[in-house]
Design a protein around this ligand. Structure first.
Ligand SMILES: [Ca+2]
Length: 234
């Protein structure tokens, strides 16, 4: 009896030793070693596991499993628009899914005019000024034939410079963009009065698919050129 118990004990120890040896062998030979890092990773929306357990997501998708989509990804907001939650937030004057469409303004404000070119001489070849060579130029603005603004003047204007006209009776509000805007140039001569140097007109709605914030108006025969600055009103 005692002998049998002893043998059972030995047999159990031996079996345990074999189990230990077997489990050690299993770890050492690699059959239970490094797991596949992608084994438990499922990438959504067409993403691929990159071999390190991370998802490579298709364009527009993001997140550990590519579970998120950027709703702004496919939108290209134009004309200064910005995408917010999958919609283009368009600046004033533009609309459409990507702000690609231009609203029709109802009116325009002329905020500034830069004088670029003027006739150097009178048509008879004499100089404009009554006490110098260079004219002292100011502008007047007529809308549909009515004088609405007179600017201050710049003294001794040189054709190598541009002269900005702001303030005073600017900005000028033009109630309809189809109205005729005529800008006259004058040489200021103090108590001798002022002399007209010519003028060029334009229609603010004569633009194409955009709403320019500035526009150059000119007439080469008259040697007049100026740049108009607009605020469109919708
Ligand atoms: Ca003058």
């Amino acid at each position: 009896m005692k002998n049998t118990l002893f043998h059972s004990l030995i047999a159990s120890l031996f079996a345990f030793a074999i189990m230990l040896a077997a489990s050690c062998t299993k770890d050492e030979d690699g059959s239970g070693g490094t797991p596949d890092p992608c084994a438990n990773v499922s990438c959504l929306n067409g993403g691929d596991c990159d071999g390190y357990g991370n998802c490579d997501c298709p364009p527009g998708y993001y997140g550990s499993r590519c579970q998120n989509y950027d709703p702004c990804y496919a939108l290209d907001c134009q004309n200064g628009g910005t995408c917010v939650n999958g919609r283009c937030d368009c600046p004033e004057g533009f609309y459409g899914e990507e702000c690609e469409r231009v609203e029709t303004p109802t009116a325009v404000r002329i905020t500034r005019i830069d004088l670029i070119e003027w006739p150097e001489y009178r048509s008879n070849g004499s100089v404009w000024d009554n006490n110098s060579v260079r004219p002292d130029i100011f502008l007047t603005i007529d809308i549909n034939g009515t004088r609405v603004a007179t600017t201050g003047y710049h003294e001794q204007c040189s054709l190598s410079n541009e002269y900005p006209y702001t303030g005073g009776q600017l900005p000028v509000y033009v109630p309809k963009t189809s109205y005729k805007v005529l800008v006259w140039l004058w040489d200021y001569d103090g108590s001798d009065g002022s002399e007209n140097m010519g003028g060029v007109y334009f229609f603010p709605d004569n633009h194409q698919s955009t709403l320019p914030s500035t526009r150059v108006i000119g007439n080469s025969d008259l040697q007049i050129k100026y740049r108009v600055h607009y605020d469109w009103v919708f």
